[in-house]
Write a protein that binds this ligand. Structure first.
Ligand code: SME
Length: 160
């Protein structure tokens, strides 16, 4: 396994996703341990895009519980339907939030977080976990992020 990522530093967001997703796919395809793979995905996304916070919350006993992440310490448990993460779980649908203060019930783990995208990861028909990405800029995520992060979570989903 390669120990470093190739990231086109001067590239567009699309070029970065196009470069990084296949490398993450290779990285996780040879490793059966879920937590090892989640940890590397969070690290790779942070390295490629410099996100303020990127990590996973896993469904455990009717709650989302904090999993591998990169960034400042975060809330450890989120209830079904609560916050952006709990809403993504309940609706089984990506939540693209340009302004977290305008999202009813947003859970502020950090006051520096301004916009957020949360993508569910499915095991069969059920949501098994969510990917949460936070930015300290308003409206930092768009349909491009949604499309590529959903593609990446689809790849992850096949390994769980
Ligand atoms: N803001 C999230 C909580 C998780 S932290 O941002 C890392 C939410 O509203 O679900």
């Amino acid at each position: 396994m390669s120990e470093s990522l190739f990231i086109p530093e001067a590239g567009t967001k699309v070029e970065k996703y196009e470069a990084v997703i296949p490398q993450i796919e290779v990285l996780i395809s040879g490793e059966p341990d879920l937590y090892a793979n989640l940890a590397n995905i969070a690290a790779a996304l942070r390295e490629a895009f410099g996100f303020f916070w990127v990590g996973f919350y896993l469904v455990k006993n009717e709650q989302l519980v904090l999993g591998p992440f990169q960034g400042p310490i975060a809330c450890t448990r989120i209830n079904f339907g609560k916050g952006v993460c709990g809403t993504a779980w309940k609706e089984a649908k990506t939540q693209l939030v340009p302004d977290v203060d305008a999202f009813p019930g947003h859970i502020a783990c950090s006051s520096a977080s301004k916009s957020e995208i949360v993508v569910p990861v499915f095991k069969g028909d059920e949501v098994a976990m969510v990917l949460d990405v936070d930015s300290d800029l308003l409206a930092d995520f768009d349909q491009t992020d949604q499309d590529y992060l959903e593609e990446l979570m689809g790849i992850l989903s096949k390994t769980i």
